[in-house]
Design a protein around this ligand. Structure first.
Ligand SMILES: [Zn+2]
Ligand SMILES: [Zn+2]
Ligand SMILES: [Zn+2]
Length: 143
């Protein structure tokens, strides 16, 4: 069965087809998910920052709100105009933790279990746990 052809439009074409906008089918490249650039006030290339720079401060955290890695919540606050948002527990499979020693990324769930990098065994700062609620939506009992 053939569709009935629509009647020829009597309206004058409003657009010269020659000048039609060409739509380039280029995929929009947002920031790649695995982008490991660490933003903020870093003081070395192992993610230490002006706020946290002990030997063990070697993780950067990708923030749920903007998807950028920052060494700490203070760096995020200084560089961004939006409030930091915490990762909901159902997103803890995301690799939001970057080991500054080897560049490996850990999932939040892995990081919450580990006291060192799962790849290079560099020790993480245990003190970070006290601030977990700034990055992750931690139930009070586990905070
Ligand atoms: Zn953010
Ligand atoms: Zn910082
Ligand atoms: Zn590592």
């Amino acid at each position: 069965m053939q569709e009935t052809a629509p009647p020829v439009s009597e309206q004058p074409a409003t657009e010269d087809p020659v000048h039609e906008k060409t739509v380039h089918e280029k995929p929009v490249h947002e920031k790649p998910v695995n982008e490991k650039t660490v933003h903020g006030q870093t003081v070395d290339d192992q993610t230490r920052c002006v706020h946290y720079r002990t030997e063990r401060d070697i993780v950067a955290i990708r923030f749920f709100c903007c998807g950028r890695f920052y060494p700490c919540f203070q760096c995020h606050a200084a560089a961004e105009t939006h409030p930091a948002r915490q990762w909901p527990a159902d997103r803890w499979a995301e690799h939001a933790i970057l080991c500054g020693a080897c560049g490996h990324t850990l999932s939040i769930a892995e990081y919450r279990e580990a006291d060192r990098c799962t790849r290079c065994s560099a020790a993480f700062n245990d003190g970070c746990r006290a601030h977990a609620h700034l990055y992750f939506d931690v139930p009070e009992a586990l905070a």
